[in-house]
Design a protein around this ligand. Structure first.
Ligand code: PCG
Ligand code: ZN
Length: 870
């Protein structure tokens, strides 16, 4: 292979400038040099060859003998890239390959449950491993010495293993000459089976015992005989033998061929060749029996001929099946190649269609190939029209790939319109004879449309996306069944490719829109400058002042500004600003922004987040945990607490799922918690809010991972999942500070302990907070009743309000006491939380007794309760 022949493929889209038409002398020198240095060529190719070059090579070598379309490197001395098909290796395949022997390949698409599929059921023959074998053949004289039985045996053996149709036909004729002592023999094969246009085509004509196959193939012209015409047509149609002693006396005999060949036909013995099912697949004809007295063929000859052709029929059928399986294989290669191109090009519709058209044009060899896309918004018109002519291959500079957007024309006109509206494929041999054809464009352009093959392009759901149309086959014939089959497969690939590309374009747009939305959002999320400056300049009172280290702390006395300053105070006391080089103004902005991103819901608002952070602060400062928990962990826990319910909507995870909210579409478990974390990240990455910006990349990733873990841990479902492991470790005194998993578990438990810490507060505080929680639950319950028309769980049912005390006892028993008991065992200084929780249990319990209803272990997230939401 000459490298110059294959260079610069179109396959990957990188078009190289065309080389000059006359090949400069240095090219020849260079090529000579390359020929002499194969190692260099190999090395160069291995290092530098582009994908397109390799594809070109593969295609050229996979189907290298396609009807003269392969440009030989040294043919006419010109560079092949300037010939038709420049830049594209696909030019080297032609649909005519598939016409070989007049075979119609099976349709490529079968239908499974109404869905088109390429997986055919006709693969039985294609798995054939058979090869054409070159066995030893006896000479003519050796054969003549055999008796008739032996001869028949030899001649049958001679053909039984040959799977090449041409060589097999040659052998058959050669042997028939010997068997029948005939001067010449011919063989015709049936074409167009299953159609109304069956005919007989000469495979080999006038073979005598002497001519070789090579000699014959050089001179033979194809002779096509219409079905039922002449002697051959008669034999095929009737399936009968015809024995004619004197041809010139038979009206079916056509003397023209004798005149052309300068030959005199006397006797003829013509016989059908049938396959194993008795169907005529060809006709063999022996001419002029060689005998001393010019006797014609006799009954005995008929018998011998008949017996031999019975075997030939089977052999021929096998060879045809084998040939077809090879072609099907080759066709699969072509389609695979197209599939690769299509799936490589997902981003640009125009370029994708250009590539598809190029492949189609190359394979189906027609003058024009068009793809018309249906307008998505106004279904009655084609929005884009792509048009490629055969000579566009030669004018790649002038050819524009962009689809013409003007003029838009209505779908209801002409052939394309018919296909787009009905979804029906059309194969029109003569456009002007079809009333649906609109000759207007021909009139305007002077072009003459003859044959048209037009197919709908559909997406996976069967919606017509557009229409693909081929005009005028280059060989002047109408489009045939094979063209239809191939083109249908192309249309399916087109549909997939166009669909993918359109989806990709939609996704790109959606993503751009989302980015715009995020930009706007982050502008509004951010704290206003004045507020940041005010907070930055404000005096931050001490921990004592805010009683932040008071276990019974409550935010009730504090106004919003105080909650902000108290938050900053906690960061200061934990020395997080110094340790993580957090810019003070950035911290102020971040705290403000975090607060702003809590909604004004009844319970899950900023105040809740602030209280949770305070409990965490208290635990980190007051207990021995503070010494064991690392600074990065402390930072993550504080950021985690403040962010853990960001953008809460006052409704729980189950509600998101039941209402199919967009958040539930994003996540299937810990739905809201994932959203809280996403919001946290969004704020942390907002300009001016980057409190973690001084961390190294590694530290940053670690802290973010800890924050995520902390926020997700506030999903009580996860608390239930992991707590037993933790309780066991604590009970068996096996909790180890060295083990990452143990630390993870501990941090999770601390998050839960902080999250539900209102339950540990003095009674007035707990009572008020419980009321807030209950009210938020009732609000969700109201929504469930009114919007979802479902019965809410008791805890959320306003009508069951009176049951609050026993439900609080249930909540304490199932969730709170176990966690406080466990963490008090880890650090004795956390005991006040447990004590507070127990005191509140007493209070709720005595209230429940007053209500005189049994205490129920009820909580939405406790799997041990009956009321767990399904
Ligand atoms: N029944 C009840 N549930 C509570 C109480 N305090 C907290 N919770 C629940 O515990 C959950 C902890 O995580 P969230 O803050 O998301 O939501 C909280 C409520 O669902 C309470 O006093 N009573
Ligand atoms: Zn919470």
């Amino acid at each position: 292979m000459a490298l110059a022949d294959q260079g610069g493929g179109e396959g990957t889209g990188d078009i190289e400038p065309p080389l000059p038409t006359t090949r400069p002398a240095e090219y020849d020198q260079m090529e000579k040099w390359l020929d002499e240095h194969p190692e260099f060529v190999h090395d160069y190719f291995a290092r530098k060859a582009k994908r397109s070059m390799i594809d070109g090579w593969l295609i050229a070598h996979a189907i290298s003998h396609s009807l003269g379309l392969v440009q030989s490197a040294n043919s006419s001395g010109s560079n092949s890239r300037n010939n038709s098909g420049a830049n594209t290796p696909v030019r080297k395949i032609s649909a005519q390959e598939f016409e070989k022997g007049g075979l119609v390949l099976n349709p490529m698409i079968s239908t499974v449950d109404g869905t088109p599929t390429f997986l055919g059921s006709n693969s039985s023959h294609s798995s054939s491993q058979a090869q054409t074998t070159k066995s030893y053949r006896r000479t003519k004289n050796q054969l003549k010495a055999l008796d008739e039985k032996e001869l028949m045996y030899e001649l049958v053996m001679d053909i039984c293993n040959d799977l090449d149709v041409t060589s097999l036909c040659y052998k058959i004729l050669h042997n028939v000459c010997i068997l029948l002592h005939a001067d010449r023999c011919s063989l015709f094969l049936v074409e167009g089976k299953g159609t109304n246009e069956k005919s007989l085509v000469s495979k080999l004509f006038d073979v005598n015992g002497e001519t070789t196959l090579e000699e014959l193939s050089k001179v033979q012209e194809e002779i096509r005989i219409p079905w039922g015409t002449g002697i051959i047509g008669y034999v095929a149609e009737k399936g009968e033998v015809v024995d004619i002693p004197d041809a010139y006396k038979d009206p079916r005999f056509n003397a023209e061929i004798d005149i052309k060949m300068g030959y005199r036909t006397r006797s003829i013995l013509s016989m059908p060749i049938k396959d194993s099912e008795g169907e005529v697949i060809g006709v063999a004809q022996a001419v002029n029996k060689i005998s001393a007295a010019d006797e014609p063929f006799d009954e005995h000859d008929e018998k011998v001929f008949g017996s031999y052709l019975a075997f030939c029929g089977i052999g021929l059928k096998n060879a045809q099946l084998y040939e077809r399986s090879l072609l099907e294989n080759r066709r699969s290669q072509v389609l695979l190649d197209l599939a690769r191109v299509i799936f490589e090009e997902q981003s640009n519709l125009a370029s994708l269609i250009h590539k598809i058209m190029m492949h189609t044009q190359c394979l189906l060899q027609c003058e024009r190939c068009q793809v018309l896309l249906v307008d998505n918004s106004s279904k009655g018109i084609f929005s884009q029209v792509f048009d490629m002519e055969a000579n566009d291959f030669d004018n790649s500079e002038t050819y524009t790939r962009e689809g013409l957007t003007e003029p838009r024309f209505p779908i209801h006109i002409g052939i394309t319109g018919h296909v787009a509206t009905t979804g029906e494929a059309l194969n029109i041999p003569d456009a002007y004879a079809d009333e649906r054809f609109d000759p207007q464009t021909d009139l305007e352009t002077g072009y003459r449309t003859r044959s048209i093959l037009c197919m709908p392009i559909r997406n996976a759901h069967g919606r017509v996306l557009g229409v693909a149309q081929l005009i005028n086959k280059l060989d002047g014939m109408p489009f045939n069944k094979n063209d239809e089959n191939l083109f249908e497969a192309f249309a399916i690939f087109c549909g997939m490719g166009i669909n993918n590309t359109q989806m990709y374009e939609v996704t790109v747009r959606a993503s751009a829109k989302q980015r715009v939305a995020l930009e706007i959002l982050s502008y509004h999320t951010c704290a206003p400058v004045e507020e940041t400056q005010k907070l930055k300049n404000a005096f931050v009172p001490s921990t004592q002042h805010y009683r932040l280290l008071d276990c019974g702390f409550s935010d009730f006395r504090l106004d919003d500004d105080d909650t902000l300053k108290a938050t900053i105070r906690m960061f200061m006391d934990l020395e997080l600003l110094d340790k993580f080089r957090i810019d003070y103004e950035t911290l102020c902005r971040w705290v403000l922004c975090t607060k702003k991103n809590y909604r004004q819901v009844t319970y899950h608002n900023w105040r809740h987040a602030f209280n949770v952070a305070q409990t965490m602060f208290w635990m980190l400062q007051e207990s021995r945990l503070g010494k064991l928990i690392g600074d990065h962990e402390k930072l993550a826990l504080m950021v985690g607490c403040l962010s853990h319910d960001l953008d809460h909507r006052g409704t729980n995870n189950q509600f998101q799922i039941k209402t199919m909210s967009p958040i539930a579409e994003l996540y299937s478990t810990s739905v809201m918690e994932h959203h809280h974390f996403d919001q946290c990240i969004m704020i942390l990455s907002c300009k001016g809010n980057e409190i973690l910006s001084s961390l190294t990349q590694e530290e940053y990733e670690y802290v973010i991972q800890l924050i995520e873990h902390a926020i997700l841990a506030t999903d009580l479902a996860l608390y239930f999942k992991y707590r037993n492991k933790f309780f066991k470790l604590v009970d068996q005194a096996e909790l180890s500070w060295e083990a990452d998993e143990h630390r993870d578990l501990l941090r999770s438990m601390l998050m839960t302990a902080s999250d539900v810490s209102a339950i540990t507060k003095p009674w007035e505080v707990q009572n008020k907070v419980a009321d807030m929680i209950a009210n938020e639950f009732f609000e969700q319950g109201d929504l469930e009743k009114t919007q979802l028309k479902i019965k809410p769980m008791e805890m959320m049912d306003r009508d069951k309000k009176d049951q609050l005390p026993q439900m609080q006892v249930g909540f304490i028993d199932s969730i709170c006491l176990p966690v406080y008991e466990a963490i008090s065992k880890v650090s004795g200084s956390l005991q006040p939380l447990l004590d507070g929780c127990k005191r509140n249990r007493e209070n709720w319990s005595s209230l429940a007794q007053k209500e005189n209803t049994p205490v129920r272990k009820t909580h939405q997230n406790d799997p041990s309760t009956d009321d767990i939401i399904s």
